[in-house]
Design a protein around this ligand. Structure first.
Ligand code: 13P
Ligand code: SF4
Length: 390
């Protein structure tokens, strides 16, 4: 038999080493078929005791969530980490921008670990610092940068938060975006907001909570010269929405809302504000992950719900509330693929490495970025009323 050296590499493996960074686990990952994974995770956690604190985002797999010391949305988890200065290691079961935020809000003696470095966020990746700086230059050239306040969703990289910090802006979450926008519009006469990176959260908040219209909003496309906008369009706009979206929440469509209303009598549609405006307009209730959980907890037995958010959370809500009818707002199964990168083998590997004295996959924000990002985060914390999600 002769063998042929095929030039093909699986998934382009080895072609772009910097883009592939973090895709492979740098250590010995236990096989997913290992029947002792649960016992190994338990043993490693016990061995580490109070030195480790495991955070689990609501969209994580059940196999991982069972080991979380606390579950929550991204902001609540970062605050929980900051409230545990005794924990030397924060193991973040979530995605990269969340681990960065935890590193920014925790003390210098605490190290944040992301069990799989490939757990990024496609939405956060849609706003790169160089692109945002180019946009800012264009706003300066159009003569409006002085009246623009940048506001970034928590779901953005640390350097975008730092950009907002050094340019008079703030961070927001999906439950305080309206308060953050009110604050932003008070910062300058005739203020405009550059909202990063989720156009849907920005548009939904501007229109449904701030009384603006679609005409008040323009979309800045970083792949088009001058964002695809004329200087007049920029000058007339109140909200400049970055062309970014969540690939999970962006899947929900208005026709599925209609279908479910036709097939499930009395169903109430509950969606996250990262969904498209057309979906949010058809929903009964809109709110953050924590709002969705609290709404289902408070709902009467026998009530019917169609929920538009990540599937791990919807399945967990359905399992925890067997007395309520809970449906997923999509015809096809869709998990957040990067959230799902964190599985039990990666968690076991991260915890056992810590037991062995090796900190793997540490997420560390450089001091200058951290200081500027903290300014933007602090402006959010200082907002009146609902300044966070819990
Ligand atoms: P929260 O964690 O802020 O609810 O955001 C939802 C989300 O998409 C997280 O990635
Ligand atoms: Fe990013 Fe959306 Fe996944 Fe959240 S659900 S991590 S916003 S891609």
């Amino acid at each position: 038999m002769t063998t042929v050296d095929l030039p093909l590499l699986p998934l382009g493996h080895g072609r772009d080493l910097s883009a592939e960074r973090g895709v492979e686990c740098p250590g010995d990952l236990p096989p997913a078929s290992d029947p002792d994974l649960v016992a190994r995770a338990q043993a490693a956690k016990e061995a580490l005791g109070d030195r480790v604190f495991v955070l689990g985002h609501h969209y994580q797999r059940d196999e991982v969530i069972q080991f979380a010391d606390v579950t929550g949305d991204s902001f609540k988890l970062a605050r929980e980490a900051a409230a545990r200065p005794e924990a030397e290691y924060i193991v973040f079961c979530g995605v990269h921008f969340m681990a960065e935020s935890a590193d920014i809000l925790t003390g210098p003696g605490q190290q944040v670990v992301l069990p799989d470095l490939a757990a990024g966020c496609s939405m956060a990746d849609m706003a790169r610092l160089a692109q945002v700086e180019d946009a800012w230059d264009a706003l300066t050239e159009a003569g409006i940068a002085d009246s623009v306040v940048p506001v970034t969703y928590m779901n953005s990289s640390a350097d975008i938060k730092a950009f907002c910090g050094r340019n008079g802006g703030a961070v927001c979450t999906s439950s305080n975006a309206d308060v953050a926008l009110e604050w932003a519009f008070e910062q300058k006469p005739d203020a405009k907001v550059l909202f990063l990176p989720d156009q849907h959260l920005g548009r939904n908040t501007a229109i449904l909570k701030m009384g603006m219209t679609l005409e008040d909003c323009v979309v800045w496309d970083p792949r088009q010269p001058n964002g695809g906008l004329t200087a007049d369009q920029l000058r007339d706009a109140r909200m400049i929405l970055w062309k970014g979206h969540c690939s999970v929440h962006g899947r929900f469509s208005p026709d599925v809302v209609d279908d479910l209303r036709a097939t499930i009598p009395g169903v109430q549609v509950l969606v996250h504000p990262e969904c498209q405006h057309e979906v949010v307009l058809k929903a009964d209730l809109v709110g953050s992950t924590e709002f969705i959980i609290k709404t289902i907890e408070a709902a009467p037995a026998g009530s019917s719900w169609a929920i538009g958010t990540e599937l791990n959370l919807v399945k967990r809500l359905a399992a925890d509330h067997p007395d309520k009818h809970i449906a997923f707002l999509d015809k096809t199964v869709c998990y957040c693929s990067t959230m799902n990168r964190i599985d039990l083998p990666h968690l076991v590997w991260a915890l056992e490495s810590l037991v062995g004295g090796t900190v793997v996959n540490r997420i560390e924000v450089d001091p200058e970025t951290e200081a500027q990002a903290k300014v933007a985060l602090q402006r959010m914390l200082d907002l009146p009323g609902r300044s966070h999600k819990d």
